[in-house]
Design a protein around this ligand. Sequence first.
Ligand SMILES: C[S@@+](CC[C@H](N)C(=O)[O-])C[C@H]1O[C@@H](n2cnc3c(N)ncnc32)[C@H](O)[C@@H]1O
Length: 210
Amino acid sequence: MSNEHNGWYNKIFSAAYDPFMSVVEKNALSGRRRALLGNLSGRVLELGCGTGINFEFYAAAAEVLAIEPSDAMRTQALDKLSREKFAARIRVEPWLLEDERLVAAYPAGSFDAVVCTLVLCTVPDPAATLALLYRQLKPGGKLIALEHVRAKSGLGQSVQNLMNPFWRHLAEGCQLNRDTHATIEAAGFHAVKSDEFDYGLLFIAGVYRA
Ligand SMILES: C[S@@+](CC[C@H](N)C(=O)[O-])C[C@H]1O[C@@H](n2cnc3c(N)ncnc32)[C@H](O)[C@@H]1O
């Protein structure tokens, strides 16, 4: 996979990811992951699965294709798969969403649900990513999003805009100031349920339909 996802810093970032996230996971994210993912069924495409943090939350009715371009992240996800027993059938591949191997194996309209957790902050072009995800979904399929998003207040947005160039470099392309809910809706999805919560950053936890 490309160097963009596999430089020396990516190895450090990947190794630090789970320990760095452990407090926010415990206090704010893991309950929401469970609620959002636990009742998915059929074919599920998970974009950027990282260390495989979502795997434990899928039910047996889900058949998950998890794609992850970072070798260091994917190694942890595969290691988790080999060590732990998960309810769902889970396949991990190094593909990007636009990879022709994905489209060859799963043509447009193949998935019942797509899952984006803490990844639409990082992809280079979220609108293009969402258009591809829309294409991969069956008509009426679900998009699950658990993402940190742009602050509501002008002051919060100014702070995020100031910090963004540094944060992007520290956090492997992650951007603090994206209005992800609006980008999801602009891609043609409509919200079935969309909650916001604050944990230092504003987050959305949403279920959308194509
Ligand atoms: C911040 S991590 C989030 C990991 C996991 N989804 C979670 O909830 O903790 C973002 C992940 O997205 C992956 N990623 C970045 N750009 C991507 C792309 N274009 N396609 C798929 N995954 C991507 C990164 O390699 C990284 O593992």
